[in-house]
Design a protein around this ligand. Sequence first.
Ligand SMILES: NC(=O)c1ccc[n+]([C@@H]2O[C@H](COP(=O)([O-])OP(=O)(O)OC[C@H]3O[C@@H](n4cnc5c(N)ncnc54)[C@H](O)[C@@H]3O)[C@@H](O)[C@H]2O)c1
Length: 323
Amino acid sequence: MDKVKIGIIGTGYIGNVHARIYSRDERAQVSALYDIKTEKAEQAARTVGGKVCRSREELFENCDAVLVTTPNKTHTEIAAEAVERGKHVFCEKPFSIGLEDAGKLLEVSQKGSGVFQVGHNRRFAPVYAKLKELLGEDKAHSAHIKMNRGELKNPVWTGDTNVTGGFLYETTIHLFDMLRFQFGEIEELVAYGSQHEYPEIDEFSIIFKFKSGFHCTFASSSDASWHFPFERIEVFAHHRTIMTEEMERLIDSRGMDANFETLSWAMTEKEERWGYVQEDRAFLDAILTGTKPPVTALDGYKSIELVESVYRAIRTGEPIRFE
Ligand SMILES: NC(=O)c1ccc[n+]([C@@H]2O[C@H](COP(=O)([O-])OP(=O)(O)OC[C@H]3O[C@@H](n4cnc5c(N)ncnc54)[C@H](O)[C@@H]3O)[C@@H](O)[C@H]2O)c1
């Protein structure tokens, strides 16, 4: 079996994470790297191999599958171009910025011949896979969710809305995708936001109601602190609370006494604990078996729809209902 030739556009932090993972997978070969800063592609090539390309065109000529791991605002253009060149595409989150571009990319991706997967890695993190398994045992009633950051300064572009599309596109979007993954489709949301330390809305309180009747509160602050756990889901069911703490830990408390069981992934290597290894394996599986990837372009689009709906709810002060 020929190895899948992987081309990586954007060899910064996350591009290197994926590059290292594919360089260890016997079904893949990192064959081409491109970064607008050539020295970054050269640096990555020294660790994982592959041809350092001088243009996207040259990269397309040297790979079967393209990873789009550049800053947010570039995703739509690069991913669409890769699809049109007949490549399989793995696009880091966010899928796109704004509903118009997201709609265009969705359309392009659906006409493409290859696999299109979006980088919502948390779906693959063992803690969230376990949460989904446990939620299959009980009917959950409601949840309380938090997704904070410590700053919008690192990488430097995370505080620039012209690059990110807004704070919700940065980190919060991961748990917007998680809402659909764990609890199903959303029916309605109300949201409040305020602006403090950055020139954009940087603090959010949201309530989501799901088609199933489930509902949850969701808080997201851009500069609270990196205090553990910056990301937490607490789910409530009949005499049961299940709580996740980042990708490290799940605490399951059942019954009428104060019993609880703790599962920990603290000793699991980070690339696996955060689900990157599993999502990259899933991308290869979909390519090699011709099957649908586990996180589709439509999932990517829906996460953009949620981000834009929250911003609209804050602007208008009105609840947003989904069909
Ligand atoms: N899924 C996750 O957990 C996760 C984690 C980190 C980042 N991300 C996402 O991945 C993307 C990259 O983030 P990062 O932290 O690696 O950023 P980064 O700044 O470390 O790396 C981005 C790289 O892209 C290069 N670049 C910029 N514009 C380019 C272009 N037009 N063509 C080619 N190269 C270009 C830059 O020179 C840089 O090397 C972002 O969209 C971010 O939201 C996802």
